[in-house]
Design a protein around this ligand. Structure first.
Ligand code: AMP
Ligand code: GLY
Length: 423
């Protein structure tokens, strides 16, 4: 099969790495890709937000199957354009991608099927939003309705902060994403991510993970896209995962189908767990980045069969057999990230590192310049390892980090602390 993956992050490098191990893959193109992906597959420059361009490229390259990595092209309807042109695609329609693109939509779906989530109000008017805040009190969570690159959520610990947050949302800081606001009950507990493949009707869990959103050790500093992850997430026990499936994911997927917008692709449920009960924080309509990297390490070549089965409506006959071990990924970012950072520094020492089923450096913001791997983004490398337990996986990942010569980069030294009970 000729396969096209859309995206350029560590997530897409890990998807490419797993796909290439599958004998069904004859040819792999990643658009636009990065320096790490270019070492294992063809990279093509293509505007992945332009559905017509993606269709024309797929036709010209005899593509059989397209995997859409990030949420933006999904929300823009690129998978719809591909399907309309007859291509098999892994990734939801624009209508179903509203599960990530609109928080109010997700809350409404949860209401319709009684899925446990935070109590909320939905507002298009600042005065009404403020009245709700005053009635509910703090802590309280203020969210821009639309896609805001992970920045549209303000957790207000006091009522004054909450009222200011409402003003910030409605004054245009978040653009169109903030024209509608969801205000939610603050949920306490431990967060974990639950990943499920869906074929429109059937759902198949493919693993659990925990991300580290803050920039610095001890969960300090500003929020980022994610500074590291591990899988499995021990807080998501089998019993809690079953509850999440029965009470949250399956009812929501059934509700989507009932509304004529069947969900096909990976559904990433962000859960808050307290006293053995999961509640939904949010859905994402794509793999997490960097969570995907640890999931792919544990799934390997079958990940491609599972994604293809989801696109083909065959999940009811499939099983996910992930490795019963642990995987850790440590993100190396450019100094300054998530604020301003420099581009163009050269990263050395990568060639000497092992690249096998147990150890992989997945690239994110890298470019090959005159033969040198050069940093070209905020999050730059995902140093990933497996081990019999989390401590072993963590030690392996940091041994690789220490062998990388990149003084302009930084990473957290405590990825995994929650599950290891340290920190
Ligand atoms: P979201 O974009 O909805 O995932 O929110 C980003 C982060 O804000 C989540 O990963 C949580 O850490 C936090 N968060 C969001 N909603 C809530 C809530 N209702 N209660 C507590 N924390 C929340
Ligand atoms: N790592 C968080 C996300 O991909 O949304």
């Amino acid at each position: 099969m000729n396969i096209l993956i859309l995206g350029s992050g560590g997530r897409e490098h890990s998807l490419a790495w797993a796909t290439l191990q599958n004998p069904k893959c004859d040819k792999l193109i990643v658009a636009p890709g990065n320096a790490g992906i270019a070492a294992i597959a063809d990279c093509a420059s293509l505007d992945i937000m332009d559905g017509a361009a993606v269709v024309a490229f797929s036709e010209a390259n005899s593509i059989d199957f397209v995997i859409v990595g990030p949420e933006a092209p999904l929300a823009a309807g690129v998978s719809d354009d591909l399907r309309a042109a007859g291509f098999a695609v892994f990734g939801p329609s624009a209508a179903a991608a509203a599960l990530e693109a609109s928080k109010a939509f997700t809350k409404e779906i949860c209401d319709a099927c009684n899925a446990p989530t935070a109590a909320y109000g939905h507002f298009t008017d600042a005065a009404e939003a403020k009245a709700y805040v005053t009635a509910q009190g703090a802590p309280i969570v203020i969210k821009a309705d639309g896609l805001a690159a992970g920045k549209g959520v303000i957790i207000a610990m006091t009522e004054t902060e909450a009222l200011d947050a409402v003003d910030t949302m409605f004054d245009g800081t978040f653009g169109a994403a903030g024209a509608e606001v969801v205000i939610e009950e603050f949920m306490e507990g431990e967060e974990a991510s639950f990943f499920v493949l869906c074929d429109g009707v059937n759902v198949l869990p493919i693993g659990t993970a925990q991300d580290h959103k803050r920039a610095y050790d001890g969960d300090k500093g500003p929020n980022t896209g994610g500074m590291g992850a591990y899988s499995p997430a021990p807080v998501l026990t089998d019993a809690i995962a079953q509850k999440a499936l029965d009470q949250i994911v399956k009812p929501c997927v059934a509700e989507m189908a009932r509304r004529g917008m069947p969900y096909q692709g990976v559904l990433y449920a962000g859960l808050m767990i307290k006293d053995g009960q999961p509640r939904l924080v949010e859905y994402n309509v794509r793999f997490g980045d960097p969570e995907c990297q640890v999931l792919m390490m544990r799934l390997g070549a079958q990940a491609f069969d599972l994604m293809h089965g989801a696109a083909d409506g065959r999940l009811s006959e499939m099983q996910a057999n992930w490795a019963e071990d642990h995987a850790v990924t440590v993100v190396m970012a450019a100094k300054g990230y998530p604020g301003d950072y420099a581009k163009g520094s050269v990263i050395k020492g990568l060639d000497a590192l092992p690249e096998d089923a147990m150890n992989m450096v997945f690239h994110a913001g890298t470019t090959l310049l005159e033969g040198a791997v050069t940093a070209s983004g905020g999050r730059v490398l995902n140093v990933t390892a497996r081990g019999d337990d989390l401590a072993e996986a963590q030690a392996r990942a940091y041994a690789m980090v220490d062998a990388i010569d990149w003084s302009e980069g930084f990473c957290r030294r405590d990825i995994g602390w929650r599950a290891l009970g340290s920190g």
